[in-house]
Design a binder for this molecule. Structure first.
Ligand code: ADP
Ligand code: ASP
Ligand code: MG
Length: 401
């Protein structure tokens, strides 16, 4: 039993849809039962959002979910038709028909339960089952989405729920690379990578896998493979323990352009300030990433933090709303930034990895604005205009070329 997931570019047009149908039929011919999870065709999701913005400049979250989920619904029907054209039995199911229950949050809901009875019944009847990615339903019957790129999560969560032998993520690259192959031409395909490293890379902006998909794989131990839908090359296996190559301390480099820096200046330096500010942001469902407190002078402190670009205006509003309770001088924000990160399990035993990163970035003439580290990663927030040069230089410096 296999779960195969095909992303937007893999089902970008009807010809590609036919290619996917053949690929699934081949899997069935090898003697496997198949569940296929699909994304919306090509840039459909982005296009729908752009159209909606012409009608409403602050998009209502519930209606946006209602709109975005139509993209995947088109894909499942089309793919089922293409597969049936090949003389196979197939049936398409929306997220809710496939049993995906989520928390009552729009835009980035977590899956709370999966009831795959319909899927299992159809498989028993010998059908190829096609499931819409990225969508679910609340206990209350409201339609939700799992966050951009969330079809990966649908696939891995379903694979875990139906105890599939493996979950294969088919995409437009041959696997997980040492960094985005669109930026570094000589990026290397990794044969394997550990769940922990992949989780960091995904959280730090590597689009090839949705972070929650990796979380599901890690917890359920479902074998996860990333490979190309356009060729038969061996992909990348994401697993518990990946072999560390001799002398390799950095496995991959990630970047995230979706960052804004918010600075809160001249804050009264009293206990509870951080709790108050960041508690209010959390209450507003705003994820705060890096937090830095810089110098204190005359009893006043300066803080800065990063939030997603889309959240920056709301974050400023929330902080403005706190001014009476927690007095400060001013709040500012900065855009055109990017977070560049190096990730590697080998880092733990190699001091100096961060220092080397700072050195490489400074040699590109780029200022580092913020830093954050963990046992297996170092992230730097830098100005966005020299991103490609920085990533290229880091790729060379850490022997990844
Ligand atoms: P899909 O539509 O199949 O879900 P995505 O666009 O979400 O595909 O993810 C695949 C893309 O991820 C690739 O085209 C590639 O540009 C990008 N990417 C970024 N970093 C990496 C990496 N380290 N390895 C592979 N792909 C990467
Ligand atoms: N179609 C959704 C998106 O573009 C989900 C996905 O592709 O995984 O984000
Ligand atoms: Mg994706």
């Amino acid at each position: 039993l296999f779960v195969m997931k095909f992303g937007g570019s893999s089902v970008g047009d009807t010809e590609r849809m036919q290619r996917v149908a053949k690929r699934v039929a081949e899997k069935q011919d090898e003697g496997h039962k198949c569940v296929v999870v699909v994304s919306a065709m090509g840039d459909t999701t982005d296009d729908l959002i752009d159209q909606a913005k012409l009608l409403n400049n602050k998009l209502p979250a519930r209606e946006l979910d209602m709109l975005m989920t139509t993209g995947e619904q088109i894909s499942i029907a089309m793919l089922s038709m293409a597969i049936q054209q090949l003389g196979r039995e197939a049936v398409s199911y929306t997220g809710w028909q496939a049993g995906f229950v989520t928390e009552p949050v729009h835009g980035k809901a977590r899956i709370t339960d999966i009831n795959p009875e319909k899927v299992l019944r159809s498989l028993d009847e010998g059908k190829i089952v096609i499931v819409a990615g990225f969508q679910g339903i609340t206990a209350d019957g409201e339609i939700t989405t799992l966050g951009r790129g969330g079809s990966d999560t649908t696939a891995v969560a379903l694979a875990a729920a139906i105890k599939a032998d493996a979950c294969e993520i088919y995409t437009d690259v041959d696997g997980v690379y040492s960094t985005d192959p669109r930026i570094v031409k000589v990026a290397r395909k990794l044969k394997e990578i550990s769940y922990d490293e992949m989780l960091e890379l995904a959280h730090l902006g590597t689009a090839v896998l949705h972070p929650r998909a990796v979380e599901y794989a890690k917890h359920s131990k479902v074998p996860l493979v990333v490979r190309s839908s356009f060729n038969y090359n061996e992909g990348t296996v994401v697993k518990e323990e990946a072999a560390l190559e001799q002398g390799v301390v950095v496995s991959g480099i990630a970047y995230d352009k979706n960052v804004a820096r918010i600075s809160i200046l001249g804050v009264e330096d009293i206990p509870g300030v951080l709790a108050g500010m960041f508690g209010a942001l959390a209450q507003a469902q705003i994820d705060v990433d890096i937090i830095v407190q810089s110098g204190i002078s005359n009893g006043k402190a300066d803080f800065s933090c990063t939030v997603a670009l889309d959240d920056r205006e709301r974050a400023i509003e929330v902080i403005n709303g706190m001014k009476l309770v927690l007095p400060y001088r001013e709040v500012t924000f900065e855009e055109n930034l990017v977070k560049v990160s190096i990730v590697g399990a080998g880092m733990v035993s190699h001091p100096g990895v961060a220092a080397q990163m700072f050195d490489v970035i400074s040699k590109q003439g780029v200022n580092i604005k913020m830093v954050s580290t963990s046992e297996i990663k170092v992230s730097c927030v830098i100005e966005g205009n020299k991103l490609n040069e920085v990533i290229q230089a880091l790729h060379t410096a850490y022997n990844l070329d």
